[in-house]
Design a protein around this ligand. Structure first.
Ligand SMILES: CC(C)(COP(=O)(O)OP(=O)(O)OC[C@H]1O[C@@H](n2cnc3c(N)ncnc32)[C@H](O)[C@@H]1OP(=O)(O)O)[C@@H](O)C(=O)NCCC(=O)NCCS
Length: 172
């Protein structure tokens, strides 16, 4: 899978690699992040959780259309501070895109900026007309990112989340 580098004013989105495992392990192993995610993500988070995730993702991307970017601050030291996973061909009820950002960077508009770049890639470069995204009903921040980047509410779906129910939305 050829995952392109995407640029935003404050971020570089580059393809996920095994070298990102230590940074992802450090940032993602956080209940304030994982409580918002589906229970397919284990909690407590295993010590090798990030490395296992990356290995499985890279393996899956060899035979399926899966785009996995890590978010890197232009002004930072190059470490991954978040992740966006986009799987346009999947019909899974949990949607086609997932994201998280390290907690110290929340509420600065960074994920909105990153998602806008991924949407441009999906709708302009790939020519996709729409796709599904979803979040737990209680996840206001994730819903706001979706609202700010053009998603529209479609329906509720039942997905086991660590913390609450989910909503399903489609893309632009
Ligand atoms: C969801 C997440 C990626 C958002 O990243 P972010 O960079 O902080 O998002 P942004 O700053 O671009 O936008 C966040 C918006 O939510 C709003 N927000 C955040 N917490 C809120 C709350 N408790 N109540 C109301 N609004 C809230 C912010 O004010 C902002 O909206 P605004 O621009 O209208 O003010 C980040 O919170 C995260 O990683 N959460 C844990 C993992 C997760 O939930 N992933 C998504 C699973 S579907």
């Amino acid at each position: 899978m050829n995952v392109p580098v995407l640029q935003t004013p404050r971020l570089i989105l580059r393809p996920l690699s095994l070298d990102d495992a230590p940074a992802i392990q450090r940032h993602f192993n956080n209940w304030n992040i994982i409580q918002n995610l589906a229970t397919v993500v284990p909690w407590p988070y295993p010590d090798d959780g990030a490395e296992t995730f990356i290995r499985l993702e890279l393996q899956a991307a060899a035979t399926a259309e899966i785009y996995n970017w890590v978010l890197v601050l232009r002004s930072g030291d190059g470490e991954a501070i978040g992740n966006i996973r986009f799987r346009p061909g999947s019909d899974a009820p949990k949607g086609n895109r997932g994201f998280w950002l390290a907690e110290p960077y929340w509420n600065k508009g960074l994920m909105t900026e990153a998602v806008a770049a991924v949407n441009d890639f999906a709708f302009t470069t790939l020519g996709i007309e729409s796709f599904y995204v979803c979040n737990a009903a209680s996840n206001t921040a994730s819903r706001r990112v979706k609202q700010k980047t053009g998603a529209e509410f479609v329906d509720h779906v039942e997905i086991p989340h660590h913390n609450g129910q989910s909503k399903r939305k489609n893309g632009k």
